[in-house]
Design a protein around this ligand. Sequence first.
Ligand code: S3P
Length: 440
Amino acid sequence: MSNIFLVKKKIDSFQKKTIEVSGDKSISIRWVLLASLAKGKSKAFNLLNSDDVKASINAIKKLGIKAKLKKNYCEIIGKGLNGYRYKNNITIDAENSGTLGRLILGLLINTNKKIKIVGDKSLSKRDFKRITDPLNKFGAKFKLTKNKNLPLSILGSKLLKPINYYENRGSAQCKSSVIFAGLRTEGTTLIKAKKSRDHTELLCKYLNLPITVSKKKNYDFIKVKKAKKIVSFNYQIPSDISSAAFFIILTCLSSNSSLTIKNVNINPSRTGVVTILKKMGVGIFYKNKKFYKGESIADIFVKSTKTLKPINCPVKLNSGAIDEFLLIFLVAAKAKGVSFFKGLDELNQKESPRLKWGSKILNLMGIKTKLTSNSLKIFGNPKINLKKKIVIKDYLKDHRIFMCSVIAALSFGGEWYIHDKNSIETSFPDFLKILKDLQK
Ligand code: S3P
């Protein structure tokens, strides 16, 4: 079967449709890792069934933990905080997942064996020094390729000491990895972290682990002590706002359409996309808000928007929308005026250099942009209506580029040949199926 996805026509308007997208990727991976250190049987319902999460399950299996993917849930049978059993020189394949590759290093900081971490072509280009640097300070030893990349080997340490860590990129992966290392280390680890998604902190608090978080305007101050035990726990994973975002943007860019997306995680550290869309004039709001184990959940209602306003996007919204910028750029492409996004160096550190790709996709659509290493100016065209042929390929199989291109094609017309369809397996295998259902 061809791995190229062809879109030849805009989506027809859809009204009052309701969909549910898959489980949150960040929470799913964190659940797998924490359940692997709990004592006893933990179950997760609505765990994301994607390659990144399957790689996480394979990783803990390599560490001697039993895990089963059943029809409606996943079961992990942990043996407690010291329950990992494995031989020297094992290899863990993080595949495409930065979250798995980075978070697991924190959990393995106290190993007395050699463990090799490998990843796919995209992950092997990404920066791992950003996480081995703080973990080195705990006393752990690493050997990296070219001093910063995978494959890397973790050599562990017997004598760990707590650290003071300043996380200044707004990276939840770095913050979480250091929290995990702190849970393995005698003494108090102190973290000052630029705002980023806080699922790790919320899960740790729910599990009564020794962590305190004090939230300030721009930073969070986190104290972590060595954990004594993790009790097994069940979890109902809410839907992923980063997956919902594809359908939110499709709705606001389509004519005469409206959509409700059920049970989405609306943790304030993840809803930058909603705040930005509201500023751009999109009709979007929450219904049926509720709380679950520290997380906030709601149904998101969105409708198509005739006049989109440009935005000078405040930097403070960047981290809460970091995985949604490719989509937000599409909205800016249709806005009446010039939009400006800045402070986005981190976007080029993702599965592919997404700031560059965001600009490239818009240019292929005939939208003028001005790109620097950390900013993008977009000259919007409210009348955008494509007739030409556009080919999207050679983008390191970045799942979000594939799905964003499909949304662009369905919103703006033209004839799109989008390569590497199977990249959706990384984060959102049901993407095309949900899209098809929406068009019925
Ligand atoms: C993630 C954190 C973010 C995000 C990624 C998932 C997480 O990465 O882009 O998709 O689950 O912690 P960074 O930590 O690199 O910002």
